[in-house]
Ligand binder design. Structure first.
Ligand code: CMP
Length: 139
């Protein structure tokens, strides 16, 4: 069932490069409402669990290391067709392939340090949102 919600993280590279405000501006200008938001840092165990689907991938170890390297901003966003529209707003995983004007095109440096995460399905949006937020923390 489509929930019209998606989950995002502003990753450690974008936080340390001072892009939180600009990225939130783009998200809001893109028509998304912030339903929950948290400035936090992932533990190694937390990042490992969050990215467990990638456990067998060659980049998994580096990904966990990178995602625990500094604070992140986690948020649940609401909009019609949220998952797909958010993936359009952020652009391709590899910023070199991201369309002009997308968040990754503007703020990301590499496929690993790619500024933001966006859920790839309604099901994963719910799982990922629940990783950071209880039902009571969602507005
Ligand atoms: P994200 O959308 O958060 O989901 C998995 C992450 O793995 C992805 O963004 C990238 O930051 C990271 N990653 C690192 N290397 C690769 C790769 N070769 N292919 C896909 N994702 C990668």
């Amino acid at each position: 069932m489509a929930t019209n919600r998606t989950f995002t993280m502003i990753k450690p590279d974008a936080v340390s490069n001072g892009h939180i405000g600009a990225i939130l501006n783009d998200i809001i200008a893109g028509g998304f409402k912030i339903v929950a938001m948290k400035y936090t840092r992932l533990s190694e165990e937390g990042a490992g669990n969050f990215y467990a689907v990638h456990k067998e991938r060659p980049f998994y170890g580096d990904l966990v290391k990178f995602m625990t390297s500094g604070p992140i901003v986690a948020a649940i966003l609401e909009k019609d067709n949220a998952v797909e529209d958010f993936r359009t707003l952020i652009g391709a995983t590899d910023p070199a392939k991201a369309d002009e004007g997308t968040i990754r095109n503007k703020y990301a440096k590499s496929i690993e340090a790619n500024a933001v995460h966006g859920s790839d399905s309604d099901e994963n949006a719910e799982i990922e949102g629940s990783f950071f937020f209880s039902q009571l923390e969602r507005f």
